[in-house]
Design a protein around this ligand. Structure first.
Ligand code: SF4
Ligand code: SF4
Length: 340
């Protein structure tokens, strides 16, 4: 490369807009929860991922409408929701900002334990199976205010809520790096990835000439090899891409665009693909995955189902890092080998 290689850059205006959207979303959710729990405004129903279960048993409530709209968005804009409209996306971004503020930059680590995201669907399917067994589909109805089948909910005390989110954000991020919750725990990420094969959805695409500076790789919160994908195929097709557009924002030559227009011809079509390699040995990944499943099963014993599984699995992963340290020594924990 004859051009000077730019230094690592901070996201700019696009990212500030994204954080603004996420913050507005959090404020709206807080108002929604206040209205539900404290003002008893229940006729408006409840927005929740538990709507997936409602859809599957034919109940059209507010949560089901929310999930249907979300699925529709996947058909046309890909995983834009994950980067721009998910509350856990916001909390992880805030966590990252706080860590950065105190000078802590956890290293982004991949692990094969991410496969436990498949298991996370269990708490969502069990109420569906139960409802099918009990009443079948004959109770299908449209009623926005009803919430059945109920699959549990977030903690309903302030302390419980703080503890929950501190675990899935501060805890996981400290040990596995940016967006650890999305990469290792969130089952919806796997479900959403099914839509990533749709040919017409917009993707991060090479619209200008990439100079191979690696800045996008350094800033992608999902640990995607953006530069490799751009040089090799002219666009990012990794299904983990959440369309946060941080790479678009930081690219020093503005080579990237979120679009479904054809990409410029790939510059290095023969380049070998880069895979997300685990930072842990196989045995350590097995320990992490096993403890994540045990944590998820343990916490989702009735009455705690639904979203509690995230908390249990996160505890499992955190305890798993401790177990790996006990087996192989603290120095074997990749999170401790920081590169800043
Ligand atoms: S590839 Fe770009 S848009 Fe996709 S997750 Fe990474 S930074 Fe965000
Ligand atoms: S896409 Fe932009 S930021 Fe990424 S390697 Fe190419 S020039 Fe650098």
């Amino acid at each position: 490369m004859s051009r000077p290689i730019p230094q690592r850059r901070r996201p700019g205006q696009l990212n500030r807009i994204r954080i603004g959207v996420l913050t507005a979303l959090c404020a709206a959710l807080a108002a929604h929860m206040y209205a539900w729990y404290y003002l008893d405004w229940r006729s408006i129903g409840k927005f929740s991922f538990s709507g997936l279960a409602s859809v599957m048993v034919g109940h059209v409530n507010t949560a089901a409408v929310f999930c249907l709209v979300l699925v529709l968005s996947l058909l046309f804009v890909g995983r834009l929701f994950c980067g721009w409209l998910c509350k856990l996306s916001a909390f992880q971004d805030y966590t990252e900002a706080i860590y950065r503020w105190i000078g802590f930059r956890p290293k982004l680590l991949h692990t094969r334990a991410r496969m436990v995201r498949l298991f996370m669907f269990v708490p969502y399917f069990l109420p569906v199976l139960y409802t099918w067994r009990e009443v079948g589909l004959t109770t299908a109805y449209v009623n926005l205010g009803k919430v059945e089948p109920w699959t549990g909910d977030l903690p309903q005390t302030l302390l419980g809520t703080v503890f929950y989110f501190a675990t899935v954000t501060f805890g996981l991020t400290a040990l596995f790096g940016r967006r650890a919750f999305c990469r290792l725990v969130c089952p919806f990420a796997l479900f959403f990835q099914l839509f990533e094969r749709i040919p017409w959805i917009p993707r991060i695409t090479q619209a200008g000439r990439c100079i191979g500076c690696d800045v996008c790789d350094q800033t992608c919160p999902m640990g995607i090899s953006v530069e490799n994908e751009i040089l090799r195929q002219g666009k990012v097709t990794d299904p983990e891409c959440i369309r946060c557009m941080i790479c678009v924002d930081v690219c020093p030559v503005k080579a990237l665009k979120y679009t479904n227009a054809p990409a410029r011809p790939a510059q290095q079509p023969d380049l070998a693909p880069t895979f997300r390699e685990s930072a842990f040995p196989v045995w350590a990944d097995a320990i992490l995955a096993t403890l994540a499943v045990i944590g998820g099963v343990w916490i989702t014993m009735p009455p705690y189902t639904g979203f509690y599984v995230f908390l249990g699995a996160s505890w499992g992963l955190i305890v798993g890092v401790g177990a790996v340290a006990m087996v192989a020594g603290v120095a074997a924990i990749p999170a401790l080998k920081r590169t800043a």
